[in-house]
Design a protein around this ligand. Sequence first.
Ligand SMILES: [Zn+2]
Length: 197
Amino acid sequence: MDETIKNHSLTSHVNGAHSDTRTQKREDYLEWPEYFMAVAFLSAQRSKDPSSQVGACIVNQENKIVGIGYNGMPNGCNDDLLPWSRSAENKLDTKYPYVCHAELNAIMNKNSADVKGCTMYVALFPCNECAKLIIQAGIKDVIYLSDKYHDSPEMTASRRLLNLAGIAYKQFKPKQVKIVIDFNSINHSDVETAQST
Ligand SMILES: [Zn+2]
């Protein structure tokens, strides 16, 4: 399999096919870390931020997703009336005082009583404000993909806080750089199943 995962046989066993190729389980299924990071990235596609789309996915110790979030303006605040720019003469005309980061939204969106002991998958290394939230929420591990702002004061402060709080953080090295979601694949596998039974 090349860098792209193909899910063309996803439904074949569900449909009860009996050909030789269908009696073995799939070997190219998505592993948990890839799956959770992909959920974070898919969620990021919801973001309206023109310059940065970040997603986060919180997972408990049973590999169940308990929170998903992406960066956006606070609930009920019309995002057409708030600025999206990264720089302006007046800081109030940039997005920074207003936007909620993906980590904050993932924690606030939690569908469990709390996120203690959970792992957060996030596209970008968390800033210092998100590090505070992660620590106070009781999250134990952070798996991030990019650390492109590593030398900024925000990230430096973040590492300082996470280190002091004993929260592990690790860069995610995906096995494939691309995962394609092909809505047509479900039709392809139906055809295959029909031919083999
Ligand atoms: Zn942040």
